[in-house]
Design a protein. Sequence first.
Length: 212
Amino acid sequence: MRLEAITWERLADAVADRVDRAGPGDGGDWLKVGVDGPPAAPGAEFAERIGEALRLRGRSVLVVGTGGFLRPASLRFEHGKRDPDAYYTDWFDTGALWREVFGPLEPGGGGRVLPDLWNPATDRATRSPAVPLAPGGVLVLHGPFLLGHWFPFDLKVHLSLSPGALARRTEQPWTLPAFARYEREVDPAGVADAVVRADDPRRPAWTGFREA
């Protein structure tokens, strides 16, 4: 995998330029961008940068994190609080993401997206109101394990860390086997449209976009 040094600002502009040249793959009114990567990668910050770059181009944007779509603690911790397989398969409410985030953006949908559903600190529903995304707008969804669920992304960016960097920068080392499993089963670098290596968060490098 050949990598080219770049800045986060230029990366965000490159993604925004790509989005501006693209059309929704499902023929609907909204584009969907996925920023996939472990918590040790600056996915939330990068997603916000993309959102800002798109807004400067006059696009309506909604940035959503999967951290707001965790399942209740009783389901997440059914097999203990440090089970990597449960973290991989059971922590994130993919059904709610399909229903509350992607469903409203399907062709003919109303465009009203729920920005979050569950507060893990209180273990209660957030009760956030749905946010309207204007036709022609862009959803930017960020979080781990995004590329294994057939989410209808029009553009997929994977933030990658080497095994050593991932181990050093992961605050919950018991989750590391989950990311190893994700690599084996999904091969996110192989299915993403672009890969960003973020071993040093100050000096990213990327592959450029995969040719269609």
